[in-house]
Design a protein. Structure first.
Length: 313
């Protein structure tokens, strides 16, 4: 096998479900234009970080001197079906997005990536320089993943794998190695409207844009302060994130359950007792959510979300 094939075999052995390789070339003019229009229309909401480091976001090669390739990785996080506990049915409960029912994926995926980069260094030697990206760098990860053949970008703006569906974490290794690249798959979902119809707030627009300022995942995780009343009402009982556009996707039914047994899954976090959330202090919050994505949100915003969910009951 050549080096690219060796890396792919090791990535799957390490615990990833998907791997593909693309070059470190900039995004196309069309892709850059779509992103710039998205910013210009104000669809980024209050995510000011999306307006920074635009050059790097549109050109992965700008993140590493001498970059030639991008190794794109995917980890399926489709959760197992867990029946609701009687306690959750007896108390007011806030729903949690599927990805947040696991340990913090940033830390877990970085551990897997470092195992992979250690292997690459052992076979490639001093020619191997790299930068690891797991939501920690301005990277157009879905575009790169599609370019590397992991899937295609659906109308819900998620990377959709024909094999695993849209519930896939993405990560990238930008490297100085010149590796054999993969080709994009020929698939799309343009004849399907299910995710747009399922979006509770109309954040997914018919013109193909995503108005993040209306997205429940953005509102419950990224948005700081008091929410506009009309949007808070549409959040319903969603305490952290939203899966409606993902679960509506027909490809979702094709995805197998997460098979990486090292990735800790918490079945009790599918729905959380809203009154318990409101009773937490900072110490109990740290204990309850120490190794999860909830820590990024913080106790204050989690309580804000819980209050909204209670009002919406």
């Amino acid at each position: 096998m050549n080096l690219a094939e060796d890396i792919k075999s090791k990535a799957l052995e390490t615990g990833f479900d998907l791997i593909g390789i693309t070059d470190a070339a900039p995004l196309t003019a069309e892709q850059c234009g779509f992103f710039n229009d998205w910013l210009a229309f104000g669809f980024a909401g209050r995510m000011d970080y999306m307006r920074r480091n635009t050059r790097q976001r549109l050109n992965p090669g700008a993140l590493l001197e001498g970059a030639q390739s991008v190794i794109c990785l995917g980890l399926n996080y489709t959760p197992p079906e867990i029946p609701n506990e009687p306690l959750q049915q007896a108390v007011p409960v806030g729903r949690v997005a599927n990805y947040a029912r696991y340990e913090d994926y940033h830390l877990f995926i970085k551990k897997l990536m470092h195992k992979l980069t250690d292997f690459i260094a052992s076979v490639a030697g001093s020619d191997f320089r790299f930068k690891v990206c797991v939501d920690s760098a301005p990277v157009a990860e879905r575009v790169l993943a599609a370019r590397a053949g992991l899937g295609f970008i659906g109308r819900n703006h998620m990377l959709i794998s024909p094999e695993f569906g849209p519930q896939v974490f993405l990560a990238e290794i930008i490297t100085s190695l010149k590796l054999q690249t993969d080709v994009p798959i020929e698939a799309n979902c343009y004849n399907c409207n299910k995710c747009i119809a399922a979006c509770p707030t109309g954040a997914l627009r018919q013109d193909g844009q995503l108005d993040a300022g209306k997205c429940i995942s953005y509102l419950t995780i990224e948005y700081k302060g008091q929410m506009p009343a009309d949007l808070a009402e549409k959040i319903g009982d969603r305490l952290f994130g939203c899966d409606e556009c993902v679960l509506a996707c027909p490809y979702n039914s094709a995805g197998s359950v997460c098979r990486n047994k090292q990735f800790k899954f918490y079945p009790d976090k599918a729905g959380l007792d809203l009154n318990e959330i409101l009773s937490l202090d900072s110490r109990l919050f740290e204990i309850r959510f120490a190794d999860t994505c909830f820590k990024r949100l913080g106790l204050e915003l989690l309580k804000r979300n819980a209050e909204i969910c209670l009002v919406n009951r």
